[in-house]
Design a protein around this ligand. Structure first.
Ligand code: SF4
Ligand code: SF4
Length: 407
């Protein structure tokens, strides 16, 4: 059964009531609330979401490696019904994502979102870490770097906490003494291929500039047969203006002979900026508008990312790009049909990164600041608050008119 707007709305209303903490306690209450609510992904497979145009992916961050946060984010967004969770290509991170998913499924028997690992074929903004030596910093520095970091990755009076830095770069220009360096890296292709062999990894995303087919080809060749059992292969790339379609064709030609699953193009509008504000989503929408109207693009679903936030769907609707279609009941099972590449929505969906992490991160950080390395499900009040935040965001894609509740 599909989730209706009223179901979401009633959850929000109900949950607001439940936030009167004196009225409830214990995780059983949270379970009961979630069970009474029809989460959309109980009934829809990720494939079906892609086809209907209401696919939602949580981006944990290609370089974000805080395992506690990743586990808790995965738990919360699994309960909110995301179709996929995208994370760094590191075994420990993949473990944390899967642990979060299974913890969510222990609360509510919801279907499992796909787990995607992100890699790069060359230098890429998503694959870098900021670094500085705090001993080199002048004593009287007002530490603008610390204030501007969206990930709380810069320690008070200290340096960068590497596992929390996801490479957004905002600290780099604000240092008045030019003390911060960006260290870039490329994920090892052999280690990536090993990760893809795991049963709990379903998809890969290749970040590329799209300008160098030779490096893309090198990575693709290095992956060999490891992509054979995947459910989705995504390519994330920026708007290359007049060269966009030819770059997509070149990449698709490299992959084509070896693609045995669905493929998706992630349109990276304004990287790592969704938490900045409303306007951050404009580039991704403009990119989507361009590709949706291009007749000669290669096969594959289209999905927005880069600057996406709670205003993205509103922008898509204004452009006439947010179109839902009906999927026949018979396709409600998570199987890859023999006729691949048959999307029936203009845009398959949206991936949320920085904004998704910000709205739930506020709740998670309050748990962790008081309780250390905490499991969010042990704190029902905070879990419920996090679920409300995540549902309001995921609901912008899964339902048409959901409003974020005032808190
Ligand atoms: S501002 Fe961005 S690049 Fe700098 S430490 Fe924080 S997350 Fe890393
Ligand atoms: S702004 Fe520059 S000098 Fe000041 S604490 Fe940050 S890195 Fe050090």
């Amino acid at each position: 059964m599909a989730l209706s707007f009223t179901c979401y709305a009633s959850l929000i209303t109900k949950s607001q009531d439940q936030l009167n903490y004196s009225k409830y306690n214990g995780v059983e209450k949270v379970k009961s609330i979630i069970k009474k609510t029809v989460i959309p992904s109980v009934s829809y497979s990720p494939v079906e979401s892609l086809q209907k145009g209401n696919w939602v992916k949580l981006i944990c961050g290609a370089s974000f490696e805080d395992l506690v946060d990743i586990r808790n984010l995965s738990l919360v967004y699994t309960l909110a019904g995301v179709d996929c969770i995208d994370c760094a290509a590191e075994a420990s991170v993949v473990n944390a994502v899967n642990e979060g998913i299974e913890a969510a499924r222990a609360l509510v028997p919801i279907r499992r979102p796909w787990v995607m690992i992100s890699v790069n074929d060359d230098e890429d903004l998503h694959f870098r870490k900021a670094e500085f030596d705090p001993d080199d910093c002048p004593q009287d520095c007002t530490r603008p770097c610390e204030k501007v970091c969206p990930a709380n990755a810069i320690l008070q009076k200290g340096g960068v906490l590497a596992e929390r830095c996801y490479g957004c770069g905002r600290c780099l220009p604000v240092c008045p003494y030019d003390k911060i360096r960006a260290i870039t890296y490329v994920r090892d292709v052999t280690a990536t291929a090993e990760l893809l062999d795991r049963d709990d990894v379903d998809a890969i995303e290749i970040h590329t500039s799209g300008r160098e087919p030779s490096v893309f080809k090198e990575l693709w060749s290095g992956l060999g047969n490891s992509t054979t059992n995947l459910k989705l292969i995504a390519v994330s790339f920026p708007d290359l203006r007049d060269s966009t379609i030819s770059a997509m064709k070149a990449m698709y030609a490299i992959m084509e002979a070896n693609i045995q699953c669905f493929n998706l193009w992630q349109l990276d509008g304004r990287p790592m900026s969704g938490d900045i504000g409303r306007g951050a989503t404009r580039n991704a929408i403009a990119f989507a508008r361009k590709l949706a109207s291009a007749g000669d693009k290669p096969k594959g679903f289209l999905q927005l990312a880069g600057g996406t936030n709670d205003h993205t769907v509103e922008g898509l609707k204004k452009e006439g790009l947010f179109q839902m279609t009906t999927v026949h009941e018979a396709s409600r099972y998570e199987t890859i049909p023999s006729s691949l590449h048959s999307p029936n929505a203009l845009i398959a969906g949206v991936a949320f990164g920085g904004y998704a992490r910000k709205i739930v991160g506020r709740v998670l950080s309050s748990v962790q600041s008081h309780h250390g390395l905490a499991r969010v499900e042990d704190f029902p009040e905070q879990l419920l608050q996090a679920i409300i935040e995540s549902l309001a965001l995921v609901g912008t894609v899964k339902c048409y008119n959901i409003q974020k509740p005032s808190t």
